[in-house]
Design a protein around this ligand. Sequence first.
Ligand code: BES
Ligand code: ZN
Ligand code: MN
Length: 497
Amino acid sequence: MSRKANIAFSKLAAPTKGTVVILAGEDRQLGELALQIAPQALYDRAFKAADFSGKAMKTVEILAPHDSDLDRIVVVGAGKREAMKAHDWLRLGGTAMAKTGKGGATVALDLPSGVSAEDAAAFAQGMMLRAYEFDAYKTRKKDDDDNGEETGKSVDVKIAVADASAAKKAFAALEAVGEGVLLARDLVNEPANILGPVEFAERASQMKSLGVEIEVLDAKDMKKLGMGAFLGVAQGSTRPPRIVVMKWNGGKKGEKPVAFIGKGVVFDTGGISIKPSAGMEDMKGDMGGAAAVTGLMHALAARKAKANVIGIIGLVENMPDADAQRPGDIVTSMSGQTIEVINTDAEGRLILCDMLWYCNDRFKPAFMVNLATLTGAILVALGHHHAGLFSNDDTLAGRLSAAGDVTEEKVWRMPLGKEYDKMIDSKFADMKNTGGRFAGSITAAQFLKRFVGETPWAHLDVAGTAMSSPQTEINRSWGSGFGVRLLDELVRGHYEK
Ligand code: BES
Ligand code: ZN
Ligand code: MN
């Protein structure tokens, strides 16, 4: 079990016990409620001592205030009202969560300018995301971390706000999305001995209970479909591969679906082109794309999105073995195009090419977006702060960029072009699976592009953002769940009626 927060909303009233979190606006402005909790003089003194101005995300703690039964008052700065964007409310919630001890807290969301139901819901989602901790395998209490709480325990939070029922309603959708993010984080954090292709497929299948249609393809099915590129990667592992097709039919009957495809390499040793051992443990996260697609499908189903959505994840382990494929092997993809495997460590594109072809062929989607921890080169180019975006469609690319700005799951568009495409021509087959030292992320994208036809398509290279990404107000986990909020925003903003 990972640590989560239990969040409930209630009417605005001054809490009298435990830990209470309140907001202060710019120039240390407090809401009326704050003054029912403690006198202005107490705040003035604490603010002065802590040199607190009310700037957003700054905090002050007042311990055991005199003449009250409260344990602590935590004041969180909310800064300039006009400057607060939706995402900043998430960050505020995260900041508040970080200051909440094992006993939980009551948050009194009040400001002189008021706090809307939407702001309160975003704040709650921020708390939820920050509370998450993957401590499933810790059997002992940690005494020396932030709060010293027991593992697997959840934190109870009550958020008091002016219109509690409106906030609760607004939070329902955001909570669904938050759950999707946490599911994606769990999947990425889980070690590969526990989460193999079969186990991952089982986890995804649990979404049946949300009304998601699930189909699981095994190696035999893939063989029948002619997925020679996918199966070439799988043949080095004793654990059999799976493809999971998830369908959420929340839109109009007969309306074209949108499709999301995820790379789910549960562990990437590199295969015969084996990786160096230093840091190889991180390759348990090489299924970050599949985790995001799974989390997204959970989010969309749990909030009953009014859209027809297909999610496809390819689950496989890349191992060196007597049966593993070799450099120089030539495989035939489902499309009929042949591929010379120059490097068995460029396995992500080999599984994606068959999934993209299959998805396009079977579902004729309005667009396809694939997510993959595809190249180390994208880390060299963009670090941990943007995912690489490659697309054959300016409208789709623009919408993804805009969704990135709103959610702060940022993407940066990279170029495609025939000069790069030429770099993957092969002497012996239609193409090879690596394009040489330079432009490694782009040649990987060019490879995928050969399998999408005319369908609007975008590839997100999330090698730098899905795991060991920056620690923020709303994420302290190694697996970030990157992509779930981004793609939920894309669907919500453009594909729901
Ligand atoms: N899974 C890796 C990419 C990766 C690297 C993800 C670092 C996360 C962090 C991928 O399968 C891979 O090995 N790519 C190779 C491609 C190369 C052989 C052309 C790479 O990036 O080195
Ligand atoms: Zn990989
Ligand atoms: Mn690899």
